[in-house]
Ligand binder design. Structure first.
Ligand SMILES: [Zn+2]
Length: 152
């Protein structure tokens, strides 16, 4: 007499589902500084701080995230913002230079090459200044929604 076949979840899949929910709660620093809202996490990321604990730095250089948070040990290798920060900074700089062009250059008796150079410089400056904040913001969004990559 054979036993009836029972369907079970594969062991590894069960670990994958449970691990992200169990591991952080057992961490002592997790409960104190964990963000209460999405906006809190986003603002921490935009200020280049670890969205999870708000203490450690998120980037080790201009756009390179740290491997692990120095304070809460959260692994940031697997959290990727991909092209979202570039899209956001381009959108921001485009809107700003359109306004600048409209109010300062449209009717002004200024040579075209000066106008073009100034607008390119303004756009580049805004992009370079806003890119790390947008990357931190989108990394916080990816982390908050548990959309991290499975491997670094
Ligand atoms: Zn941290």
């Amino acid at each position: 007499m054979s036993r009836p076949y029972r369907r079970r979840l594969p062991f590894n899949l069960a670990l994958t589902v449970s691990a992200p929910y169990i591991t952080p709660m057992s961490h002592s620093k997790f409960k104190d500084n964990f963000p209460n809202t999405l906006w809190s996490a986003l603002s921490r990321g935009a200020l280049l701080k670890c969205p999870r604990c708000s203490q450690g730095r998120l980037f080790q250089s201009y756009l390179k995230p740290v491997h692990n948070c120095s304070n809460c040990d959260k692994k940031w290798d697997t959290v990727r913002a991909d092209l979202a920060p570039a899209w956001a900074s381009m959108t921001l700089s485009a809107h700003v230079i359109v306004v600048v062009y409209h109010f300062f250059f449209f009717d002004a008796p200024i040579a075209n090459w000066i106008t073009t150079s100034a607008l390119i410089a303004i756009a580049a400056l805004i992009s370079l200044l806003s890119l790390p904040s947008f990357k931190g913001l989108f990394m916080a969004l990816v982390w908050w929604n548990r959309m991290e990559a499975q491997q670094g």
